[in-house]
Write a protein that binds this ligand. Structure first.
Ligand SMILES: *Cc1c(COP(=O)(O)O)cnc(C)c1O
Length: 519
């Protein structure tokens, strides 16, 4: 139960202090304290304005102060604006046309709006006896809410990555974008796809952007566009999400794993050159935890051997390297819009970036089954498009993204200071680049003990990643055992803490206190 829909009578109580209303104020204050999301039904705006204006006029008349109808309505709108500022508007949807069969269509519609939440997670806060009767368990009075909350306080849940606050902040734009797609109906390759590609290209500074079905698909299509296949080798890091190596193996090529730097956990550029053979066809560094690797050094080695470089930037969209944006640091950049990535959608999505016109053309064709025009297949491709709805969602999120990146940088910096003070080892960042902290990761001993204690304290943690890819059952036959000792060591010790643009300073302090107490 974490959503509370405020009935008209409750909102009016909040706007005009009336006899009998203290309970409404106390109930709403308590709900906020306990992390409930407050909602107001959008279809009741007119009633709200009318009732609040009447109440205000009456209150003024009592003290001999007669306001004009216009002045009083203006005052009502102002008060309503202030009172509902931290509430979410629950969209008014027609449902089956049956509302007019009800003797109170507005009430009927409001009750139906509750059905938009998962059953049992939302209630109507009301003082209206008829509503209480009609809604049963789904409605509650302020008095009952206060009593239940005090007896059984619900603690705000500590999320590893908080996506709800973001959703609340951008809901109007999100709903508008989603509904536009529902109305124009071009679910595949709708105009939002091209619009997003243009915006993402402009953001990164890359000449071209091709949206695709996921971050994994972005990597796969990039390798296909470069013609990588059976017998080829691709140099990469073993300390990454499995997709990085998976796509290489899927194409019949071989991942050649190079160990990582002990401080950043990114691929160690100094170890790359000795691994280059005549079969090497690409170098694929990963911008781990949101921080680009030593791209200048890697690009220089690649140039010497005439190799393309693919940046797996699934975790680093928004980061910079020497002033340039991640995804635009090498031949190709690939990112992911998986919901929990720094820029996410509400499903799967990803994008490829490049300045190279031929690679761009190849990626575009491969994305749609290798067709150069409809039903003419010039090459073997995949069904790899990102759908219009997901693009519409990323477009809505993009408007807040600059602010989110700033927040991430500031929170990451604060985490760093707190960890250094507490003497906790952490992943380091270099001065010439930024991390967007897809993960904030520390290095600990006795990790499983710490994880258990954090769990008890209600603070979520995660491990990225517990086993380097060259030790995974599906991949170990492809490479030497024990050839990446640093990755092996870090895999035993890394632990990621709650992070995200909407992490509060209080939450961050709670995490740090818990950690220093356990150390
Ligand atoms: C998430 C991730 C991917 C895969 O992205 P999906 O969109 O989930 O397919 C690839 N590489 C890295 C490093 C990732 O973190």
């Amino acid at each position: 139960m974490n959503h509370l829909l405020l009935d008209v009578n409750i909102v009016v109580d909040l706007c005009v202090a009336r006899a009998g209303s203290p309970n409404s104020l106390a109930a709403v204050a308590l709900a906020r304290e306990q992390g409930f999301q407050l909602w107001v039904y959008a279809g009741s705006v007119q009633t709200l304005e009318y009732v609040v204006a009447s109440e205000l006029r009456y209150a003024r008349q009592k003290v001999g102060d007669a306001l004009s109808g216009n002045a009083v309505r203006q005052l009502a709108r102002q008060v309503l604006g202030e009172i509902t500022i931290n509430c979410q508007w629950l969209a008014a949807l027609a449902k089956e046309g049956a509302v007019f069969a009800d003797e109170d269509p507005e009430d009927a519609q409001l009750i139906r709006s509750l059905e938009r939440f998962t059953a049992g997670t939302a209630r109507l806060l009301t003082r209206d006896g008829r509503m209480l009767e009609r809604c049963g368990d789904a409605a509650i009075t302020p008095e009952a809410f206060i009593e239940q909350s005090l007896q059984n306080p619900s603690k705000p849940k500590f999320e590893f990555i908080d996506l709800k606050t973001q959703q609340n902040a951008i809901r109007p734009q999100l709903e508008q974008n989603i509904h536009r797609v529902l109305h124009h109906g071009t679910y595949i390759m709708g105009k939002e796809v091209e619009l997003l590609e243009a915006k993402l290209a402009a953001y990164t500074g890359a000449k071209h952007c091709i949206t695709v079905a996921s971050g994994t698909e972005a990597l796969l299509i990039s390798l296909m566009a470069l013609g990588i296949g059976a017998g080829d080798e691709v140099i990469t890091t073993p300390f990454t999400f499995v997709a990085t190596a998976e796509v290489i193996v899927l194409l019949g090529a071989k991942p050649v794993f190079v160990d990582i730097e002990p401080d950043t956990c990114n691929i160690d550029a100094r170890l790359i050159e000795v691994k280059i053979t005549e079969r090497t066809k690409a170098i694929m560094p990963v911008s781990l935890y949101g921080q680009p690797a030593d791209m200048d050094e890697i690009n220089a080695i690649a140039a010497k051997y005439n190799l393309p470089v693919i940046e797996d930037a699934a975790q680093s969209f928004g980061a910079t390297y020497k002033g340039k944006k991640s995804c635009n640091l090498s031949t190709i950049g690939c990112t992911s819009f998986f919901p929990s990535k720094p820029l996410g959608c509400y499903g799967d999505g990803g994008a490829i970036f490049t300045d190279d016109d031929d690679i761009y053309q190849a990626c575009r064709e491969i994305r749609i089954h290798g067709q150069s025009r409809r039903y003419y297949h010039t090459r073997v491709g995949v069904g790899g498009r990102m759908d219009t709805l997901q693009c519409a969602i990323v477009l809505a999120k993009l408007e807040r993204f600059d602010w989110e990146v700033e927040q991430r940088l500031a929170l990451g910096q604060r985490y760093n200071e707190l960890m250094d003070e507490a003497g906790v080892q952490r992943v380091q960042q270099r001065d010439d680049r930024t991390s967007v902290f897809a993960q904030y990761t520390v290095l600990v001993e006795k990790r499983s003990e710490l994880e258990a204690r954090f769990r008890e304290a209600g603070i979520p943690t995660a491990v990225h990643y517990p086993v380097p890819l060259n030790e995974q059952p599906a991949y170990q036959h492809l490479c030497c055992a024990d050839c990446t000792p640093i990755a092996q060591d870090k895999a035993q010790r890394v632990m990621s803490l709650p992070m995200g643009a909407d992490l509060s300073l209080t939450q961050q302090s709670i995490v740090c206190q818990a950690l220093s107490k356990l150390f």
